[in-house]
Design a protein around this ligand. Structure first.
Ligand code: HEM
Ligand SMILES: CC(C)=CCC/C(C)=C/CC/C(C)=C/COP(=O)(O)OP(=O)(O)O
Length: 303
């Protein structure tokens, strides 16, 4: 193979990789790994962590690639997504389909063969939840798309827990509930400052169907519910003071930004706060899961 052919293949691979929305998947996989590391009193076998992480990452990437295939038309109408590989034409639909099928099948096979069947079936259900139910059925149909479809994005800690224990106890469901409550304010903040994009693509997002004031109020209410839900690991004795201090700081940040957004009367300033809140939501979830992990292992070491 010539150097030119090699560099073309590498460029094509990198375009295929982008279909999997790698930046989102990193946080999704991190939440799954935290689920694995919280599941038992000892660290699970490294080979199990590796197989479960790779399997979940592959299926999640496959689901995102299917999302890109289904949404070429919508993506071509939005500034944020108009540079995606299938819109630009840097990847052919046939190649994207093969990539999506291969990553999904390989990931499911790894989970079934090396992890356990429960994790494989739950990951398959998550795949359908995002690629079919959210993307195909809900996204274009209702402004509550994210509230219902968010269930698939909230599955990673359950998948991680199931991978290690073969079961889904209440603690795992609590972590699901945290991401589930976090998802609407995460997405609606972006939907506020990208509302022109969504209107152009004909998608019924909350700021378009119900207006800015209602969306800002919804964000504030979800932020308050999120603060209450994140206290539940403390209430059931699953987490200790380190986690408690972390959520106090993180929730103050989330609530104060949501409150500022709700109060702001000017549209341009409101959009800037919404953008800031969206960025903050990502740091919030990453730090919250890191705090859960550190807190757990601190309790194990001190016990
Ligand atoms: C169905 C539920 C969700 C929806 C509709 C949603 C929506 C979005 C959208 C539209 C973006 C912008 C993407 C872009 O500009 O390419 C985004 C970014 C992001 N989302 Fe979500 N999200 C969801 C769930 C999640 C979950 C569960 C996580 C992690 C656990 C997550 C983590 C992220 C991250 C890390 C980014 C930033 C990506 C970047 O920097 O490019 N999201 N989300
Ligand atoms: C198997 C497994 C763990 C699957 C995870 C499911 C998954 C990939 C959830 C992520 C959610 C996500 C990328 C939302 C983007 O919303 P969007 O698709 O509406 O955003 P867009 O407008 O950027 O396409």
């Amino acid at each position: 193979m010539t150097a030119l052919a090699l560099s073309r293949s590498a460029a094509q691979l990198s375009e295929l990789f982008k279909l999997g929305k790698p930046r989102v998947i990193v946080l999704i996989v991190f939440c799954a790994v935290v689920g694995m590391l919280l599941a038992g009193p000892t660290v699970p076998a490294f080979s199990l962590i590796l197989a479960a992480t790779a399997g979940i990452a592959l299926v999640a990437s496959g689901a995102a690639a299917f999302n890109c295939l289904i949404e070429v038309e919508r993506d071509s109408n939005m500034r944020r997504t108009e540079q995606r590989p299938l819109v630009k034409g840097s990847v052919r639909p046939g190649d994207a389909l093969i990539y999506a099928l291969l990553t999904t099948a390989l990931g499911l096979w790894m989970l079934g063969a090396w992890v356990n069947m429960l994790t494989m079936w739950l990951t398959l259900a998550t795949f359908f939840g995002y690629a079919v139910i959210y993307t195909r059925l809900l996204k274009g149909a209702t402004p509550q798309n994210i509230v219902i479809g968010g269930a698939s994005g909230a599955m990673p800690p359950i998948l991680g827990w199931a991978a290690v224990t073969g079961s889904v106890p209440a603690e795992a469901m609590l972590l699901f509930l945290i991401i589930y409550t976090w998802t609407p304010p995460h997405f609606w903040a972006l939907a506020i400052y990208r509302r022109a994009d969504y209107a152009k693509a004909g998608l019924p997002m909350l700021p378009i169907t119900h207006g800015l004031a209602f969306t800002r109020l919804s964000i504030l209410l979800y932020a308050a519910i999120l603060a209450a839900v994140t206290a539940l690991p403390l209430a059931i004795g699953m987490s200790g003071w380190l986690y408690g201090m972390s959520i106090a700081i993180l929730n103050t940040g989330f609530l104060s930004r949501a409150f500022k957004l709700w109060q702001e009367e000017k549209e341009v300033e409101g959009d800037l706060i919404a953008r800031e809140l969206f960025k903050y939501s990502i740091k919030y979830l990453a730090y919250l899961f890191a705090a859960l992990l550190l807190d757990h292992w601190l309790m194990v070491l001190l016990a």
